[in-house]
Design a protein around this ligand. Structure first.
Ligand code: NAD
Ligand code: DAU
Length: 349
């Protein structure tokens, strides 16, 4: 199978590519990534021997999903190599602006990449008769839960941040291509991921790397906001299942069945690293902050047999060890242009 993966140099996309190439010897993956601040060739270092074409089974193309002519050329070029084995059969769209705080600072790029980029990919999927288009979406499109209940696939969309609004907009666009053109689309909506190669602006890697440097840990509001954590390898396994067995036009929720408050997550990190709770610093809250996410994944379990394998405390232990063993990876990021971002976002909080 030949797959076009977009955003494969980010956190979840790179873990997915590694997972797939390890599992399927004969699969071919084209990774189209713009290399924004969040895209990092080092996330797939073992495949990027050179900046151009790499190991067998893998090809990297630097480019923007909004570039319709490039996307068209990728799909046409692949098709022209041969009738079936080299035709792109599936597009899996991970490419996105993904950080809520950045969407509050500057929403425009979120709508451009997350919505217009999706439209470009959908048009190309239609034109080239791609057999499966997967939109990697998020549980954040459902908005915020009260103390009880779970997001199901039929929960109404109620996004609260420019990021989640852009993802919800893309989901509606994807749905419309199924309804209008019968494009074979599937949408996945996963909860919060954690694991190796996550950009250190997100809660877990930010807290691990700050704690390792004995810097303060900025907790928004009262720290009792709840997220449902899933290890990124479990997310990869879910997308693999959807790729092969998912039904066209369907939405599949993916969750870890693992609700933790932010303070619980941070205390787990402090405990593992043997760092003091005095590092915690309560700072002003994120505007529009969603109080609670919790995902009902019973549909994907029932229909595709997927269940998360990682238990949170064990997954966190492995993840923290990865950040300990890969200091060079995150120190390079944290000492680069990320420093200016950190000052801007946290300086006056
Ligand atoms: P990330 O920010 O780590 O990576 C995004 C990748 O997309 C980067 O490599 C970046 O260079 C690339 N990209 C951005 N704009 C692009 C463009 N215009 N053209 C081509 N490439 C572009 O994000 P992530 O955390 O890996 O998330 C991946 C996807 O999964 C996103 O669609 C996100 O909405 C979704 N998601 C994330 C989570 C999570 O917890 N992180 C949970 C559910 C869903
Ligand atoms: O639910 C899936 C979503 O999870 C994905 O769609 C997003 O791409 C991903 O970024 C993530 O969104 P969150 O906003 O939940 O993740 P973030 O890591 O930014 O924040 C997690 C929680 O931690 C949230 O309640 C805000 C809080 N937080 C975050 C940061 C960065 C803090 O208290 N302090 C911080 O410095």
């Amino acid at each position: 199978m030949r797959i076009l993966v977009t955003g494969g140099c980010g956190f979840i996309g790179s873990n997915f590519i590694r997972y797939m190439l390890k599992k399927y010897d004969d699969y071919r993956i084209i990774n189209l990534d713009k290399l924004t601040y969040a895209g990092n060739l080092e996330n797939l270092k073992e495949f990027h021997q050179t900046t151009e074409i790499e190991a067998a089974g893998y090809q990297f193309i630097r480019g923007d999903i909004c570039d319709a002519s490039l996307v068209d050329r990728i799909l046409a070029g692949s098709a022209s190599h041969g009738p079936d084995s080299s035709q792109v059969e599936a597009i899996i769209n991970f490419a996105a602006e993904s950080h809520v705080d950045r969407s509050i600072e500057g929403p425009a790029v979120f709508f451009k990449t997350n919505i217009l980029g999706t439209q470009v990919l959908l048009d190309a999927a239609r034109k080239h008769n791609v057999k499966r288009y997967i939109q990697v979406s998020t549980d954040e499109v459902y908005g915020s839960l009260g103390k009880k209940g779970y997001f199901t696939e039929t929960t109404p969309l109620a996004p609260n941040s420019p990021y989640s609004a852009s993802k919800a907009g893309a989901d509606l666009l994807v749905r419309s291509y199924y309804q209008t053109f019968c494009t074979p689309v599937v949408i996945t909506r996963c909860s919060n991921n954690y694991g190796p190669y996550q950009f250190p602006e997100k809660l877990i890697p930010l807290m691990i790397t700050n704690a390792l440097a004995d810097s303060s840990l900025p907790v928004y509001g009262d720290g009792l906001y709840t997220r449902d954590w899933v290890h990124t390898e479990d997310h990869s396994r879910a997308i693999d299942a959807v790729l092969h067995q998912g039904k066209d036009g369907q939405v599949y929720n993916i969750g870890g069945n693992c609700e933790r408050t932010n303070l619980e997550v941070i205390n787990t990190i402090l405990e593992y690293l043997d760092k003091p709770e005095t590092l915690i610093k309560f700072v002003s809250d994120r505007p529009g902050h969603d109080r609670r996410y919790a995902v009902d994944s019973s549909k994907i379990t029932r229909e595709l047999g997927w269940v998360p394998r990682y238990e949170f405390e064990e997954g966190m232990k492995i993840t923290i060890k990865w950040y300990l063993d890969n200091k060079e990876w995150w120190e390079k990021i944290k000492n680069g242009e990320y420093l200016a971002y950190y000052k801007k976002m946290y300086g006056n909080r």
